[in-house]
Design a protein around this ligand. Sequence first.
Ligand code: EPU
Length: 431
Amino acid sequence: MDWEVFWVENYHIEGGVPLRGEYRVKGAKNSALPILAATVCRGGVYEIYDCPRIGDVFAMVEILNSLGAKTKWEEECIVVDSRNVSEFAVPEHLMAEMRSSVFLMGSLLVRSGEAQIHKPGGCKIGKRPIDIHISGLEQLGFEVGTEEEKVFCKGVCHGGKITLPYPSVGATENLIMAALAGDGDTIIQNCAIEPEIVDLQGFLRSVGFQVFGAGTDTVFVKGARGLKRNLGTPKMYFLLEDRIEAVTYMCAVVGTRGRAVFRNIRPSIINEVIKTFERMGVEVRSCENMVEIWCGKTLKSPGIIVTQPYPGFPTDCQPQLMSLCTKVKGLTTIREEIFESRFTHKNDLINMGADIEICGKNAIIKGTDFLRGKEVEARDLRGGAALVIAGLMAEGETVVKGTFHVQRGYEDLEKGLKSLGGLIEKKREKT
Ligand code: EPU
């Protein structure tokens, strides 16, 4: 009997080489996704610069195309022409590819007064419900209905004052967009304050909407129902830098006891991570838009790390930090407060020689002297990045499978690490 053969891409990493050099941080995935969704709010031609070429962005672009937009990649930007968007329903198979398509509820409501999505399922890092999005939309005046996995939304937004029960990043972004559909004004309280929300506000303002207060816990949105639907002239927008990409590379540099300069990263947006590095004994020098790190001495545990909404320690950097802490002196406790099951990388790290114990939300990591290369499997985006870092820190060869998870959020990770001297190749192999 002939077995079907599938081709997959795996990272092959030869560990133990200190990474050195300079890296320019790319545009942020978590800005690109809501801003691409926001191009639907007003018909127009948008040039979005520094947009990362990653799996999640490709999925969002496919959704925009399915709604009637035209998109094309140019050298440094993606061009979205949303003038002919005519659909209001996001196809199920595309929705399944990426949970962030939930943002399209807000932008489609502004454009068409109607939106239909499919409930994004849970993912490897937790259940990830959308109840805060739905109750926020209802409070704004929309009618929201569900039928099996479909969510429909339409009606007139009257605005008003709403308070989120939890500062959800996605719900804050979705509701800012939805509130633009209104006649009246909206005040959203207890918002998330991540820099990517400020970036979305920047984009919306650049195309004529009035949104104020992003980056604080209260956002004011001026209803824009009467605003002309189509923009006359093309708009350019430069995305915020990806603070999580920056920290991922920094962890790889620290993990291999190297030294590197990072350009296009403001230290202020990774402050909590820099403080954690400094507690570990990492040397950090920074100015307005640059961070340099190096390891002068033996690294020690940073103690307790608790993931929190911004400006706290980011959950999206937790797995990478865990890899780092497997090889420093002392005991580290990492408490994951945002997602239920974001320790998917733990078993593979243990297999590589790490000493990790999980007690509920806490991972307790006892530093060891070395990790050994193994065959491991990425099960989610940041967990996969953590395994790549562990591979660079380990003795011998590590093969990381499931690289499509990593490619959802990192553009050419292997090329970037190679440019710093890392011995890593992406190989196409049979399953
Ligand atoms: N939550 C609810 N109900 C909701 C919405 C959220 O219970 O209606 C819960 C979630 O299940 C989770 C917590 O609230 O436990 C935080 O979720 P949030 O809505 O803040 O996250 P998100 O918008 O789904 C964004 C990023 C994530 C990042 C989180 C937290 C994007 C596209 N995604 O997700 O990024 O981890 O904020 O900072 O912006 C990643 O890049 O690897 C990633 C997962």
